[in-house]
Write a protein that binds this ligand. Structure first.
Ligand SMILES: Nc1ncnc2c1ncn2[C@@H]1O[C@H](COP(=O)(O)OP(=O)(O)OP(=O)(O)O)[C@@H](O)[C@H]1O
Ligand SMILES: [Mg+2]
Length: 254
């Protein structure tokens, strides 16, 4: 059964048709990768799923309900959490303080600026944040300023912040971009662990094919704002159109 259904989505920026006729169906409890060259429209599509952008045409259904017209925090409360391409953590707050933000949002909906005073003394939220940090093997870093962490740790913190909201659908936009190979491999293991231990669906945008082929059960290839092909990893690897459009190889190149 599909937990996410995208139908005929189009999005234009001025003279640029960034997405056109995008159809995407993500099966519940699967890992679905979206790949494609720079500028293919991957992040734009993700932004349309989380209320950051409103598509010009089409529909986006999550678990049978439309996400269109809802505010990002409402979509979040429906069960969709996302890690954006540009890290969205607060560098001058500690790891623990960053973790408390989604815990608050999960409980209270839209995050209120006067929210901090309400965290004090609320042991349940502190427990929840600590549990997540333990799961992510980051508990020892809870008092560290987020800005001082490595790129891999910042990404892990973002994933932990998403998981604190108990999402049913986790959207990841290039979670391993700029990471050293060891950090990338740790992230792959972490995502496998999350998948095994939770009732969760993961949609991941990624350029690193090692990550894609280690995790994905289905792959959609976007090119110039339109899905070129959707298939299993094995079939995608050998697909001539994919090799030509994305991997930079012509059909005759072996
Ligand atoms: N807010 C915006 N205003 C105008 N143009 C935009 C905007 N956001 C994206 N674009 C353009 O839309 C196209 C698709 O961009 P998008 O960021 O979705 O690509 P992408 O597939 O995520 O690329 P990358 O792999 O480099 O992250 C690009 O040509 C980009 O310049
Ligand atoms: Mg992008």
């Amino acid at each position: 059964m599909a937990i996410l259904e995208v139908k005929n989505v189009g999005k234009r920026f001025g003279g640029l048709q960034a997405l056109s006729d995008v159809n995407l169906s993500v099966a519940e409890n699967s890992v679905h990768a979206i790949i494609g060259p720079n500028g293919a429209g991957k992040s734009t599509l993700l932004n349309c799923l989380v209320g950051k952008l409103i598509p010009d045409t089409g529909s986006v259904m999550f678990d049978g309900q439309s996400v269109l017209g809802r505010k990002p925090y409402e979509i979040n409360q429906m069960g969709i959490s996302r890690v954006f391409q540009t890290p969205e953590i607060f560098g001058d707050l500690t790891v623990m303080e960053n973790m408390l933000i989604p815990c608050l949002a999960k409980r209270d909906g839209a995050f209120q600026l006067n929210g901090w005073s309400r965290v004090v003394g609320q042991q349940d939220m502190i427990d929840k944040a600590e549990e997540m940090l333990r799961d992510m093997h980051m508990i020892d870093k809870r008092h560290m300023h987020a800005a001082a962490m490595s790129r891999g740790d910042k990404r892990r913190l973002e994933i932990a912040m998403c998981l604190a909201q108990d999402p049913r659908l986790l959207l990841l936009d290039e979670p391993t971009a700029g990471m050293a190979r060891a950090d990338t491999n740790n992230t792959i293991d972490l995502l496998k662990q999350i998948k095994d231990e939770r009732d969760i669906t993961i949609a991941i945008i990624e350029h690193d094919m090692h990550v894609v082929f280690s995790l994905a059960e289905r792959i959609t290839v976007l090119a110039q704002g339109t899905p070129l092909v959707e298939d299993t990893p094995d079939r995608i690897k050998g697909h001539p159109k994919v090799r030509e459009a994305y991997l930079g190889e012509s059909q005759d190149a072996a």
